[in-house]
Design a protein around this ligand. Structure first.
Ligand SMILES: [Zn+2]
Length: 172
């Protein structure tokens, strides 16, 4: 899969100040391994914009995973609406205005349906399963888990939270 440079970020090591190209996490929020090892000083830092998936509620996981996709879609729709509104104001065509309102409502309904179906498919996909399995493997290191939870917290509906309480260390 081709990686576009501009989608990724330059990471500045908090220990030695070295800057390097981080191709393991996209700009903005993303899902994955928040730890990153500096190639210069070899210290491990934790990125606050990368979320360990097993600590997340599945709805939050989906929102973070696809936030740029849906925000790009919303931005595109707003631009389209602005162009149409401008056109209607210029022409003062009320029939056109009515059909625009209907079209906007249909597109909005479709957007909601597509998002619901997409979420259901994603959460049942092998891809999601793999993300969670890898995440649980990383979190089996207790020191790592404590460090990451300190950074990003833990959702009470997350897989990791559920597992902790299943194993039941006398906590309730
Ligand atoms: Zn460093």
């Amino acid at each position: 899969m081709a990686k576009k440079m501009k989608d990724y970020q330059i990471f500045k090591c908090p220990f030695c100040g070295s800057e390097y190209f981080d191709d393991t996490a996209r700009k903005g929020k993303s899902i994955g391994n928040p730890s990153i090892k500096c190639p210069y000083c070899k210290q491990v830092a934790y990125r606050k914009n990368v979320y360990e998936p097993a600590l997340l509620d599945e709805n939050r996981h989906f929102d973070i995973r696809f936030s740029s996709l849906y925000s790009n879609f919303r931005t595109g729709m707003i631009c389209l609406y602005a162009v149409f509104l401008f056109f209607i104001l210029i022409t003062k065509d009320f029939a056109l205005a009515m059909s625009f309102i209907v079209a906007a409502a249909v597109i909005f309904a479709l957007y909601i349906i597509i998002r619901v179906v997409h979420k259901k498919n994603y959460l049942e996909s092998p891809e999601y399963e793999v993300e969670i399995t890898r995440s649980l493997t990383r979190l089996s290191d207790v020191n790592y888990a404590i460090r990451v939870i300190k950074n990003q917290g833990i959702d009470e509906t997350s897989v990791y939270y559920y597992q902790l309480h299943q194993n039941g260390n006398g906590e309730s």
